[in-house]
Design a protein around this ligand. Sequence first.
Ligand code: AMP
Length: 113
Amino acid sequence: MSKTLFEKIIDRELPATIVYEDELCVAFRDINPGAPTHILLVPRQPMVKLSDAEPSDQALLGHLMLTAPKIAAAEGYGDAFRLVVNNGAAAGQSVFHLHLHILAGRPMKWPPG
Ligand code: AMP
C-alpha cells in the first residue's frame, strides 16, 4: 500500500516543521494554519481514522491525549488550546491518517464550523 502524506513526513520523505517526536507519534506544524499555533499530532502507526481504532489501540490513543497538552504547553498555551479530530470526509477529514489538530493562540468560538 502506498504511504500516506503523513507517513512520508514521518519518514522525512516530505518536508515539515517537526516540533515533537517519540517512539509512538510525531507532531509537526500544519501547512495551512488555522490559528497562531496549529500542530498536527500523528501516530507513527497509520490508522485511517479514529473510528477504526480497536481496543488494542487504547494505549496509543491515551498517549496521544497525554502528549497533546505537553506540546501545547511547550508552545506557551498549556492552559488554553483546542484539540480537533476530523473523522471521515463529511466531518472535514482530508488526510486519511489519524491526526489530532492542536490549535491555540486565538479566542476559539463554539460550535466549530
Ligand atoms: P484534516 O482535514 O483533518 O484531514 O486535516 C489535514 C490537515 O493537514 C489540514 O489542516 C492541512 O492543512 C494539513 N496538511 C496537508 N498537507 C500538509 C503538509 N504537507 N504539511 C503539513 N500539514 C499539511
